[in-house]
Design a protein around this ligand. Structure first.
Ligand code: PMP
Length: 281
């Protein structure tokens, strides 16, 4: 079951007009919210980021946070899996094609849920392969925009190279992955790029830094050079659906020992523990 503009219906029945500005211009923003044991994880933070994205494209939020919370709860109830990934999407609505904003048009609100499958045991034990790529996106990567063509092309480039993720560099500094945030471990310190306009402020990124602080992993938030990434002892990728995943090969070379490292093990365990404690609460 999906949600479209106020109604719940089976996915096959959902229709939007071809002049929707999401379809025509990619003029909209989205969120992906993980749901464990039927409870949305870090919902307030996802809704705050949604507001930031809507502000970034100058679109009024079509629902209050309590309305979002209620609709998300209903969508979770309408779908079977205990663990779900809720996709929420707002566009500037349907209007005659013209770049400038239309007046008096209602935003389109769409939500769907997919089963949430955390990284497999094999992925956690072996890690994943990544390639480096030039970050050729725009200067507002902090907005979770539905216009994802650069990310699509970058990730497809990674897939074509036999990898699962592209690690992006802007002027030889790490920004993020095509669909994830990236951390490096260098000289026993966990390094995270600063949350600026060059990356999406990941909800999982924040959780990982909170966990690092609480379990005593030394960390620094600062610009990270490509050279530091290429010589890191560990690389991690994070996202709401991939949680904390180790990267064990970059551009055909092993990362550190070529196996998931001790910082990954600690952060992964802490993440799982944190998730369970939040779900029990
Ligand atoms: N950066 C990009 C470009 C992303 O698409 C995503 C999530 N899909 C992330 C970072 C991670 O964000 P989050 O932890 O909130 O899922």
């Amino acid at each position: 079951m999906i949600y479209l503009n106020g109604a719940f219906m089976p996915l096959e029945e959902a229709r939007i007009p071809v002049l929707d500005r999401g379809f025509i211009f990619g003029d909209g923003v989205y969120e992906v919210i993980p749901v464990y044991s039927r409870k949305p994880f870090r919902l307030d933070e996802h809704l705050a980021r949604l507001q930031h994205s809507l502000d970034g494209i100058m679109l009024d939020n079509p629902r209050s946070n309590s309305e979002w919370t209620e609709i998300i709860g209903e969508l979770i109830d309408a779908n079977e899996p205990e663990d779900q990934s809720v996709y929420l999407h707002v566009t500037r609505g349907v209007a005659k094609r013209d770049h400038a904003f239309p007046k008096g048009v209602k935003p389109t609100v769409f939500m769907m849920s997919n089963p949430l499958v955390p990284p497999s045991r094999e992925t956690l034990e072996s890690g994943v392969i990544a390639v480096s790529a030039v970050d050729n996106r725009w200067l507002r990567c902090d907005i979770k925009a539905i216009s994802l063509l650069p990310n699509v092309l970058l990730r497809q480039g990674a897939v074509d190279a036999g990898a699962v993720e592209a690690i992006l560099f802007r002027e030889d500094f790490l920004t993020e992955g095509a669909a994830s945030n990236i951390f490096a471990v260098k000289d026993e310190t966990l390094l995270a790029p600063p949350k600026d306009n060059f990356m999406l402020p990941g909800i999982t990124y924040d959780v990982v830094l909170e966990l690092a602080a609480s379990i005593g992993i030394p960390f620094e938030v600062r610009r990270i050079s490509k050279e530091e990434v290429l010589s890191a002892s560990e690389l991690l990728l994070t996202s709401s659906t991939k949680e904390v995943t180790p990267i064990t090969q970059l551009d055909g070379k092993p990362v550190g020992s070529g196996k998931p490292g001790p910082y990954f093990a600690k952060l992964h365990a802490a993440y799982q523990e944190f998730k369970s404690s939040v779900m029990r609460a």
